[in-house]
Every structure is written in C-alpha cells, then in structure tokens.
Design a protein around this ligand. Structure first.
Ligand SMILES: [Zn+2]
Length: 354
C-alpha cells in the first residue's frame, strides 16, 4: 500500500516529500495512513458522473478539499466542524470546487458528504454531548435533516494536526486530486485551491488595511486575479456586516449556508480600483441593484436617502420608500464603516441631495 501512495504522490511530484510526512510532529499515526485513506475513499459509481470524477460521485473528496481550506484559514480551529454554526464559508468553498467538476446543472448539498463521510474511519458524526451518531440507513440529503441527527463532524485529532501544516495539506490535497479526478479536473481543482488560498490572504490584507488610514487607490491589488479579489472582498465585507443588508436590515441565511447579501462596492471597482472594506457594504439583491443605480444612497449622518425617481408613476417602490430617513446598519467595528469619501462620491454621482 505504501507503494501505491508513493506512486500517487510521485504522480503529483511529491515523491521526495513523503519521508518527511511519515511521522510528522508528535502525532501517533503517520500521515501516510491518512493519505492512503484519502486515496481509497468509498465513492458511489453512477451514470450521471463523467470522466472528470472518474465516473464516481465526487462529494467526499470535494468536502475534504473544503475542510482543508477551512482548517488552513483557521475557521475550523478544532477537529470539530459544527453544522449548527454558520455554514456559509464551508458551503461557498464546497460549491466552488463542485462547479469545477460536477456535470452542468447538477447541484449538491454539503450535508450529503458530511453524513456519508461517517463511513470513513477518520470522520465521525457527533451530538451536542460528543456522542457518536448512529447514521445507519439514514438518507441525509440536506442540512435540515443533518441537524436533526447530528451537530458536528469530527476529524481524527491526528489528521486535524497534520492539516495545520502547509506541507501536509499539500500532500492531502494532491492525494485527493490524483486519486479521484481526471488530469483536466485536477488542473481545474488545483486552480480553485490556489484561488481560495490567495482570496483568504487577500481578505486578511483588506481587513488589516481597513484599520489603517484610507488610501484612495490600492494599486497593489491589481496583482490579484478578479476572481481572487471578488472572493476576498466578499469574505471580509459580508463578515463585517454579519450577513445583514446595511440599508434594509434583511439578514437571511438558508439552512444550506446561502446568504442573501452581496459585497457591494460604493465606488465601483472599475472607477476606484479600491477593495477597501470602507468602500464596501453588504447589500441584499434589491438594495444592491437600487444603490448601483442611484435609487438609494447614504447621507453624511449614515441615514438612508432615496431618489425622487423611485416614486414616479408608474413605479411602486415598496420597501425602498419605507427606508428613507432610517439609519443604516454598519459593522460593529467602527473602523470598518463606509467612508464618507466614497459615500459622498456616490451621492454626487447620482445627485442625491441630502
Ligand atoms: Zn436590502
């Protein structure tokens, strides 16, 4: 079996790294054991699955790729991944990988592999008291069902410790890719791994910059791909507003971890080249649409202002009209509030008189 794993790693250029991983740190079990288990994930075959996933269901390796990202980001800071917490980030990472390799139009819930990984020896479903859940013949296909039976997935502590190391994460990711995906799908997933890693670094840099004096144009951000910037900006802005629309207050997170808000730029990126958190607000779809078209804005006193045009016949402005004069809902951290420079540009651009 060691030969198989070595061959696997050799195929992804890691042959000479294996020795370093065998007895990493003080963990009792060798990393190689987990590489072997990752390479042998039990995946169901099916006619729906294409050559990209070697004609088998890709849920388990994709969930594990997302879990490795979460550990790398420190979001998942113990071996226990709760399903009662906010699943938005886990869901977005899962779906980012899923879209790369799943047949077009085929969607999945993170709950599906979350429960099925229970059949693998390094993952357990547990209750609030830490008791193992007997999954048996339960057919769990969505998060609501999952929450009825379990509160968390628990990784082996040794595996979790290996995931703290960048070298070990690389070996685990490479094993998942090499064992479960076609060469083309491996390339696509590798690109997604890099995007996720860079987006996280970018989001952290944006968070730190938001606590420094405002810089009008952050030219160094031009080095990042748009897809990296989008994910990084979204991560930090949506988190700062805790998924709440800054203008109308709407906050909805579906059981599957879909949030209702976008990360909106106050001065569009195309004009500002600025992803500073203070040039952003979390907005629901309606408020984002209305803000980008100057139908609503924010006063110097952080109240909502609406344009006269929204009430012009035959428009029916509905909830937008009721927002006029109400205070916006900014982040708890005062330093992350929208900057007056950007809000003022937006009012002037759309002639929103205060
Ligand atoms: Zn809204």
């Amino acid at each position: 079996m060691q030969g198989e794993v070595s061959d696997l790693l050799n195929a992804v250029g890691l042959r000479f790294a294996v020795g370093r991983f065998l007895f990493y740190g003080s963990s009792a079990l060798p990393l190689e054991q987990y590489l072997r288990l990752f390479a042998r994930l039990n995946r169901a075959p099916g006619s729906i699955w294409t050559e990209a996933t070697l004609k088998k269901a890709p849920h388990k390796p994709i969930l594990l790729l997302a879990v490795i990202d979460l550990v790398s980001r420190g979001v998942f800071d113990s071996p226990v991944l709760s399903v009662t917490d906010d699943l938005v980030e886990a869901n977005e990472l899962f779906n980012g990988y899923w879209r790369r390799v799943a047949p077009l139009g085929h969607t999945s819930s993170i709950a599906f592999p979350f429960s099925r990984l229970h059949n693998e020896p390094f993952w357990a479903l547990i209750t609030t008291t830490g008791e193992p859940v007997e999954v048996g013949h339960l057919n769990i296909t969505n998060v609501t069902q999952l929450r009825q039976h379990a509160v968390a997935g628990q990784l082996d502590n040794e595996l979790f410790q290996y995931m703290q190391s960048a070298d070990s994460r690389e070996a685990l990711r490479c094993t998942l890719l090499a064992a479960h995906f076609s060469p083309e799908a491996q390339a696509a997933l590798s690109e997604q791994i890099a995007i996720n890693d860079e987006a996280y670094i970018y989001s952290q840099s944006l968070y730190e910059k938001a606590h420094e004096p405002l810089v009008k144009e952050l030219v160094e951000e031009l080095q990042y791909k748009p897809v990296v910037r989008d994910q990084g900006f979204r991560r930090v802005v949506v988190s700062a507003y805790d998924h709440r629309c800054a203008l109308c207050g709407l906050r909805i997170i579906t059981p599957e971890g879909h949030t209702a808000v976008d990360a909106a730029h106050i001065v569009p990126w195309s004009k500002s080249h600025n992803d500073d958190v203070r040039n952003g607000m979390a907005l629901c779809k309606l408020c984002h649409w209305a803000f980008d078209r100057g139908m609503v804005g924010v006063t110097r006193e952080y109240n909502v202002i609406t344009a006269r045009q929204i009430g012009v016949d035959p428009n029916v402005p509905g909830v937008l009209q009721t927002m006029a004069g109400r205070g916006v809902l900014p982040p708890v951290d005062r330093e992350l509030w929208p900057a007056q420079e950007f809000l003022g540009w937006h009012r002037k651009e759309f002639r929103l008189n205060t």
